[in-house]
Design a protein. Structure first.
Lengths: 372, 579
């Protein structure tokens, strides 16, 4: 082969043409990523701004009125019902009319006036534990503030210690910052993996793979020709989403752009390797799609995209080491919010490079040994 | 008289990409009751469309169809309950047994339970499937599947039976049996049958033939009427100095010759007039020819009718710019005790043969005989289970990439990139074969010109008419001027005109020293091969020149057996041995 360079260009060009001249695969590259970006960007949020609450107040005193007033004044809370009987509580929570019911007993104001500690009862709908915990935190905050105000008024000594929380990197704790940066990794992974996983299976289905294998082209060149389009599409798609994250969602990009793109490159390289491995094993496109999702779902869960890795059992934490998305999410969140650079992120780069090298080598081996 | 089918002035068009294809154009005919009518025409002539219209599966653009007195467009359900349609790929459930398939169709067609036993018995007896009722349909041979399909279509005796290419790719023995079943139904039950076929020799088995071409009815008459005008215009040429291939090449270029086809040891010629002298004077006087007048057959009529319509005669010789010293003793392909198993199933069993340089070597057999599996092993696409093979001195599976430069491969199924244009496909494969820049331009131009693809250069490959798809695949296989050509069922599904064109090219290639290995299920194509093997269920039944193989079946009753008769003889021999 005298012109390997021209050959690789011809192979990659063919992949692009086969992909882009087909209406449905063109759509797959553009439609779903944009839809997912919007859905995740807007719909997926850990912030609760509309906690529905019912208040069961048996007390007529000043303290209880002040507490209720504060709750009603909170922008995140919506007091829907004031109930008179204890029997009403169960129905409201069972029907998901309210997320929580606050019960203030008749002795509340009197106990506070005596300078003693009084109790407020909160009944939460625990069916969605995550939401319940967040709602509980909001109410805890309100009661904490009220406590402090009362102790100031009585010139009594305040509580022994006061927490003063300040969130670094994401000052207002926008969960959108966390989620949209994660989407960059998620979407580029999905697109790259599908494009590469389907490419060989599609050729096997149409019989073109045989025609290609009887040419003098070395399998390694076929592999490179198949890897390039996935990599390029991933890089472009990643660039578009990063631009939208900065321009549309107003997320500050504080760190090194070079580090971000080097990370994206290594990340996509490992995605391409895994995609090609799936491709080498699968005979039909249907198998390839199933194979891709068999990898995608655990990869997303183990990556810390939504739930912290630290919460996982030790054995599962070991598994996250081979998940390239885990490293890339650290990189992108660090570059965006923390201002990360090459030096800081070095520990994330080399594991991805190893995963990429191993998966590509494995894909090459599978190609050679599964050519029928 | 009441006709079971009356079709008047029907038209049907399809949208294929951006092109409107007129599948049927002002077609009118009437079917006679109680006989077999053949529907014959090249691929894409509109045969399948017509069948689907008749049983109300498609809507008509214009015209009227009356089937058994019913309007097929307005009462498709009533029509379907009285008509049986067996499509090209009959919907057998491969994971059900033969019996379960029959039960299913009996349920679908509403056959009363008490009548079933009797009907099953008749059908199983007719098809010879009684020993296989418990076998999964997917595990039946190609011929048996077709017979089971036919049995399912006949489970409730229909008044009209529509069969769409029931015999394509089926071995000659099963073909003969399928015809017997059809004849039996016509005679016993007075059924009316419309049968489409790609085998022209089957036309002569029909009472009447409708010849369809580009959506139009060209002729509708008993088969004898087709060949009558050719009386006195068909000849057999023989020569001791030239091989049949060389003789055919010479004769096909002469003016006044409509068709020249290799047959037995000579060349069958259809001339434009009963005058043969003008042709003879054009032949080099140094060549001694023996000429015999022969009876015209349906195929002669078919070719002479259609060739006039799209008249293009191209000189294919010299299309390949190969100039290699031909040393014919050299064995280019060697295969010894080749075996391939898939689990318990032995697809190829103890196959040995060798091919010399410049030979056309054929692998003849029905679908599922193991031809393609052998081919894929030879091309290095499939590992062998045991045995040895070498192509150009190496095993392509482990050979360097350079060895593959020497071979050209044309797969059975169209296997180029469907959503790339013709020119993009050509450019891509040229690059794969290491042709770049000027050389690439030259070869791509050559391919466009030699295969008359220029008009389609910017069409998507998947939208090409079948004949052009085949040309494009052939062009791709030839662009790098290979020494060895692997052609897997290159003529399957292609009409007789395109088949002739294909063989003319292949012959020219072989004459210039290219070794050709070709598989086919058309028995008559064996005549083009220098030597061939006949395969059935993974084994080689016989090996030799076409003449040697045909002589195997020679006996007093058939002094000049055809390749099909030879094949049937060999299959019967094998069954006798194993019994």
């Amino acid at each position: 082969m005298n012109s390997p360079f021209l050959l690789i260009i011809a192979l990659a060009l063919k992949e692009f043409l086969a992909l882009l001249r087909d209406k449905s695969s063109r759509f797959v590259l553009i439609g779903p990523p944009i839809a997912q970006l919007l859905v995740f960007g807007y719909a997926a949020s850990y912030d609760l701004d509309n906690i529905s609450v019912a208040i069961y107040n048996e007390d007529r005193g000043i303290a209880s009125r002040e507490l209720v007033g504060r709750i009603e004044g909170s922008p995140n809370i919506n007091v829907l019902y004031r109930i008179q009987k204890e029997s009403e509580i169960a129905g409201l929570i069972d029907n998901r009319d309210v997320l929580l019911v606050m019960h203030i007993d008749s002795e509340f104001s009197a106990t506070i006036a005596k300078g003693e500690s009084a109790t407020v009862q909160l009944l939460l709908d625990g069916r969605n534990s995550n939401t319940a915990m967040i709602a509980l935190n909001y109410l805890r905050d309100i009661i904490l503030q009220l406590n402090r105000q009362w102790s100031d008024q009585k010139q009594a000594r305040g509580p022994p210690a006061i927490i003063e929380a300040r969130a670094w990197y994401n000052e207002n704790l926008h969960s959108q910052w966390f989620i949209v940066t994660g989407i960059v990794g998620l979407l580029t992974l999905v697109v790259t993996l599908i494009v590469t996983a389907l490419s060989v299976a599609r050729e096997r289905e149409q019989g073109t793979f045989d025609q290609l294998l009887v040419t003098p082209v070395h399998p390694v060149f076929i592999l490179i020709g198949k890897a390039l389009p996935g990599l390029l599409i991933g890089l472009i798609e990643g660039g578009v989403i990063i631009t939208l994250a900065v321009g549309w969602f107003d997320i500050p990009l504080r760190g090194s752009f070079v580090a971000l793109y080097l990370g994206l490159f290594l990340f996509l390289l490992s995605a391409v390797g895994i995609g090609l491995m799936i491709s080498a094993i699968c005979i039909t496109q249907q198998q390839a799609v199933l194979g891709a999702f068999l990898f995608l779902v655990p990869a997303v869960i183990l990556s810390g995209f939504a739930t912290p890795i630290a919460n996982m059992p030790d054995v599962v934490q070991l598994l996250t080491w081979i998940d390239p998305l885990k490293y890339f999410l650290v990189i992108i969140r660090s570059v965006f919010m923390e201002g990360g650079d090459l030096g800081l992120l070095w520990p994330q780069f080399w594991p991805m490079a190893i995963i990429a090298a191993l998966s590509l080598a494995m894909a090459g081996w599978l190609f050679k040994h599964r050519m029928y | 008289m009441i006709f079971p089918v009356e079709v008047s002035q029907i038209s049907k068009a399809f949208q294929a990409g951006e092109v409107q294809v007129q599948a049927l154009d002002q077609v009118s005919f009437k079917l006679m009751p109680g006989q077999v009518t053949g529907l014959i025409g090249p691929d894409g002539a509109g045969k399948t469309t017509l069948m689907r219209l008749l049983c109300g599966l498609l809507s008509i653009d214009e015209g009227e169809i009356t089937v058994l007195g019913l309007d097929a467009a307005k009462q498709p359900e009533s029509v379907q309950s009285r008509v049986s349609y067996m499509p090209q790929r009959f919907g057998l459930y491969e994971d059900l047994t033969a019996q379960e398939n029959l039960d299913l169709y009996a349920d679908l067609k509403g056959l009363a339970v008490e009548d079933r036993l009797e009907r099953y018995k008749t059908l199983m007896h007719l098809t010879g499937l009684s020993p296989f009722t418990k076998r999964l349909a997917g595990k039946l041979s190609g011929g048996m599947k077709q017979k089971l399909g036919l049995a399912c279509a006949l489970v409730v005796p229909p008044e009209l039976l529509l069969l769409d290419e029931p015999t394509v790719g089926v071995d000659p023995v099963s073909r003969r049996e399928l015809w017997q079943i059809v004849y039996n139904q016509v005679e016993q039950a007075g059924m009316t049958v419309l049968l489409s076929t790609a085998y022209l020799d089957e036309a002569e088995r029909c009472a009447e033939v409708i010849l369809l071409h580009e959506g139009k009815v060209i002729n509708h008459a008993p088969p004898k009427h087709f060949s009558e005008p050719l009386q006195g215009r068909t000849w057999l040429f023989e020569s001791d100095q030239l091989t049949p291939r060389q003789l055919q090449l010479k004769l096909s270029l002469l003016s006044g010759v409509i068709d020249a086809l290799i047959a037995n040891q000579g060349v069958r010629v259809v001339s434009e007039s009963t005058e043969i002298e003008s042709i003879l004077t054009a032949v080099d006087p140094a060549i001694k020819l023996q000429i015999k007048a022969v009876q015209p057959i349906f195929e002669d009529a078919f070719i002479s009718l259609l060739k006039k319509r799209d008249d293009h005669s191209v000189n294919y010789s010299g299309s390949h710019q190969l100039s290699k010293s031909v040393s014919s003793a050299e064995e280019v392909i060697k295969v010894e005790k080749l075996e391939r198993r898939f689990g318990d199933f032995i697809a190829v069993n103890d196959v040995s043969f060798s091919v010399k340089r410049g030979e056309i070597f054929g692998l003849l057999g029905a679908n599922g005989a193991g031809k393609s599996t052998t081919f894929r092993m030879l091309c290095g696409l499939l590992p062998l289970s045991s045995g040895q093979l070498s192509v150009a001195g190496v095993d392509l599976r482990h050979a360097s990439d350079k060895a593959r430069q020497k071979i050209g491969y044309m797969a059975q199924k169209f296997s180029l990139y469907g959503n790339l244009t013709v020119i993009q496909n050509l450019h891509f494969y040229a690059s794969c074969y290491g042709l770049f820049k000027k050389r690439k331009q030259e070869q791509v131009e050559w391919a466009l010109e030699a295969f008359e693809l220029s008009d389609y250069r910017d069409s998507n490959a998947k939208d090409l008419p079948l004949g052009y798809k085949q040309r494009l695949s052939f062009a791709v296989a030839l662009m790098h001027e290979p020494e060895i050509l692997f052609l897997d069922e290159p003529t399957s599904g292609v009409d007789p005109l395109a088949r002739r064109e294909f063989w003319a090219r292949t012959n020219a290639l072989a004459e210039s020293g290219v070794t050709v290995l070709v598989t086919t299920h058309f028995m008559d194509e064996a005549n083009y091969c220098d030597r061939l093997i006949i395969m059935a269920s993974g084994q080689v039944l016989a090996q030799g020149t076409p003449l040697q193989l045909k002589q195997l079946a020679q006996k007093e009753a058939q002094p000049l057996p055809t390749m099909e008769e030879a094949f049937i003889y060999l299959i019967e021999q094998q069954t006798d041995q194993s019994a």
